[in-house]
Write a protein that binds this ligand. Structure first.
Ligand code: ADP
Ligand code: ZN
Ligand code: ZN
Length: 731
């Protein structure tokens, strides 16, 4: 009896048994292949997890699978195993997790055969003279193909203005032909440009990365501008010379054309960039190119971690501390942590780089599990910026800006350099209020204010995306005295334009960069080097270099200092240093001015006076005392309901029940339930139960039991619950 055990995309944490399709060769039943099966009233695509000969169900109740969709599994066995491991580690239904590991088109049943690229070329002796003089499009197209004897793709033909009709016409006339480009592994020179000569710190860092054979984790803790990227490039060069591939993960807003260009300029090999603007087809193609070994460098964001490589050589995680490596909904995995597991499985080195490493990673380095490589000098002779805290407690601010700061901005502009003004709020102002009765424009679906936007004018909730018009009069008292409160990027832009009318003020945030090429145009303006003011959100902090910026102004440096989240302090420090790192690159020494109401805050002082390492040490000490990660392991059980208090009472009852029924594993503790820091969001009322343990095994044992329990529990079906292992934030 052959029984197929399948992972099927479903919220249930179990596998499903099927009989093989009739008259199928058992040798084809390899774990990892996709199988089309009837599921309820639909046909769905499942993934074969194992082949067995017993089932908990009676055999005559089992249905036959309809069809095997693969002759070979899309994911190599070790990645298939890794995805299964991740599903169990993050307590996520296996069917959904496995789907997550493959591109959308494969989830929909497309073939995963690698398609060699189809190219078109002119046949020998083809000549435009043989075409009718009025067949202009065909003449142009044939001329184009004659110019490119090595062949061009249909996409490229279209980009040049050609169309499929002319192509078909020319093919019919036997003037042109299509052919497949064989996948070339020999690219001649790996390098397109000469690498930089490394300074001593870079040299020893590179040597340390290259020294161990096989799996090893290295942390490069290198200040911004210390030349980490150059070290990555040279580590990749070595790997390419060994005919292997490199997988590079970058944060979501770090995957800019600039980033990719830097790799393209250096290397003469095919590079696949897995960014969010790809169509599903392009994404699958890039994925297949990686699996086939055609793409030699793969650069992507979080989800690229499951991209198969035929010859894995190295994994690099740039800005490893970035929260975007952790998925915040559904399959809540950490791409960085999975990357370490993957490198172990593939026996390759992995490099985690950051100017401000996460405390988890630092802890691993301190404990000796990771090689700890430090780069403290800026490469290419520029000085790190000088920090200054501006105490604004007694100050009368004009639209959020202190006198000192305005003077400094003026000075830098007059000196002919650029200024970057950072504030972490887009829109015009964080809310709108009535001067007469105190009404505030709140989101009806969230415990949050609506942000006022001026271009175009509307109120927008940044938490649930609700948008509405701006009321002319107060909905409570009908007064027309409605006032914006607080400063966002749009308002800062307006103020700065008013204060410095002779200089361009360029806003950079999610709203101003939505248009295609917007960022490109902005960078063109900045790259002229003319004095200007850049005002924007953390989009300014990553992936971009602003060599002419000499002053970085941080408007609300303390916004995260008193966050309810225990990572608030860490995130604030990371953001401040990231933004600060934009100043004084190249040959312009920079300074950073930070406005704060808490100039005496010891943590802020440590950060400013002694730098990130000193800050991190203090913060680790605090975490140890408070029994917080990385000294303990955390998970959150979140619950959401449409009625108030239901989520919390559900969790309370659950906790009580579990305590009655089940022995907590040794060293596992609960805290809560509490309402979530933002209790209501997008119309749902939210509460959470924190679970932590010194020992990861014990925590996972409890979580597995908990999931099982929840799936059996009738009450649990009435709430939306989820488990977040190693949560990136507690909201
Ligand atoms: P990071 O990634 O640490 O922020 P980068 O690798 O981007 O630093 O380097 C910062 C700047 O210094 C870049 O302009 C880079 O070209 C330059 N640079 C890096 N290494 C060297 C070197 N060895 N010699 C000269 N310039 C260098
Ligand atoms: Zn009012
Ligand atoms: Zn809302």
């Amino acid at each position: 009896m052959t029984i197929l055990r399948l992972a099927i995309p479903s919220p249930l944490r179990r596998l499903f048994d099927y009989l093989p399709p009739s008259d199928v060769d058992n040798a084809l039943l390899e774990p990892g292949i996709r199988v089309l099966v009837p599921f309820g009233k639909r046909d769905v695509i499942g993934i074969l997890v194992e082949v067995t000969n017993t089932s908990d169900f009676s055999i005559n109740k089992l249905k036959h699978a309809k069809q095997l969709l693969d002759s070979e599994p899309p994911l190599p066995q070790h990645l298939f195993k890794l995805a299964r491991w991740a599903a169990s580690y993050y307590q996520h239904p296996e069917g959904d997790a496995l789907q997550h590991a493959i591109p959308v088109l494969l989830r929909k049943g497309q073939s995963c055969e690698y398609q060699h690229e189809t190219l078109w070329r002119a046949k020998e002796g083809a000549n435009t003279d043989t075409l009718k003089a009025n067949a202009l499009r065909q003449i142009e197209l044939l001329a184009l193909l004659i110019e490119h004897p090595q062949g061009i793709s249909e996409d490229a033909i279209r980009a040049e203005g050609g169309n499929t009709q002319s192509l078909k016409a020319l093919e019919k006339k036997e003037l042109i032909e299509s052919f497949h480009r064989e996948h070339k592994t020999d690219y001649g020179q790996v390098l397109r440009e000469a690498p930089l000569t490394l300074n001593n710190e870079q040299k020893s860092t590179l040597e340390q990365i290259n020294k161990p054979k096989g799996f090893a984790v290295s942390l490069i803790e290198g200040i911004t501008g210390s030349g980490k990227t150059e070290v990555y490039l040279q580590a990749i060069e070595k790997v390419l010379n060994e005919d292997k591939q490199a997988l590079v993960l970058v944060p979501e807003i770090g995957l800019t054309p600039q980033t990719v260009t830097r790799f393209q300029q250096r290397f003469n090999v095919p590079i696949a960039a897995l960014h969010s603007n790809l169509t599903d087809r392009q994404r699958l193609d890039a994925w297949l190119q990686a699996r086939e070994g055609v793409a030699r460098i793969i650069i992507g964001t979080r989800s690229a971690i499951f991209t198969p490589l035929s010859h894995p050589g190295i994994i690099i995680i740039d800005e490893e501390h970035d929260p975007s490596f952790k998925q915040q909904d559904g399959f809540r995995y950490s791409a960085r942590d999975i990357a370490v597991m993957r490198a172990r499985a593939e026996e390759t080195p992995i490099v985690l780089g950051s100017a401000t490493p996460s405390l988890e990673t630092l802890h691993n380095a301190i404990e000796g599990r990771y090689q700890w490589l430090k780069m403290t000098q800026r490469a290419g002779n520029s000085a790190p910026p000088a920090f200054k805290l501006l105490d604004i407690r007694q100050e009368k601010l004009s639209e959020g800006l202190s006198k000192q700061l305005i003077t400094a901005i003026g000075q830098h502009l007059n000196n002919g350099t650029q200024v970057l003004v950072f504030l972490n709020r887009r829109g015009f102002s964080p809310t709108l209020t009535c001067n007469d009765c105190g009404w505030i424009a709140d989101c009806t679906r969230c415990d949050a204010h609506m942000t006022l936007h001026r271009s175009p004018p509307h109120l927008h909730c940044h938490h649930c995306d609700k948008q509405q018009g701006i009321p002319q009069r107060c909905p409570e008292c009908n007064s027309d005295q409605l006032q914006p409160v607080g400063v966002g990027t749009e308002r800062s832009e307006q103020t700065l334009k008013h204060l410095f009318p002779d200089h361009p003020v360029i806003r950079v945030d999610r709203d101003s960069t939505q248009r295609k090429n917007a960022m490109h145009d902005i960078m063109d303006k900045v790259n002229t080097g003319d004095p200007c003011i850049l005002v924007g959100t953390q989009m300014l902090a990553k992936g971009h270099h602003f060599p002419k910026v000499t002053l970085v102004a941080i408007i609300n440096a303390d916004s995260g200092l008193f966050s309810a989240d225990f990572r608030g302090m860490e995130r604030t420090a990371q953001l401040i240093l990231q933004v600060a790192g934009r100043a004084g690159r190249a040959d312009h020494p920079g300074s950073v001015m930070m406005q704060t109401y808490h100039a005496e805050h010891p943590t802020l002082q440590t950060l400013v006076e002694h730098g990130y390492s000193a800050f991190a040490q203090e913060e680790l000490h605090n975490r140890r005392i408070a029994q917080l990660p990385p000294y303990t392991h955390y998970a959150l059980l979140r619950a959401e309901t449409t009625t108030k208090y239901r989520a919390e009472s559900f969790l309370s009852a659950l906790r009580q029940q579990l305590e009655d029924d089940m022995l907590l594993p040794h060293g596992v503790h609960w805290i809560g339930p509490f309402p979530s820091p933002m209790e209501k969001r997008a119309g749902m009322h939210r509460a959470q139960l924190m679970i932590y343990a010194e020992n990861r095994k014990n925590l996972h044992q409890l979580l597995a039991n908990l999931c099982w329990y929840l799936e059996q529990n009738k009450e649990a079906r009435k709430v939306r619950w989820s488990i977040d292992v190693d949560p990136a934030d507690t909201f």
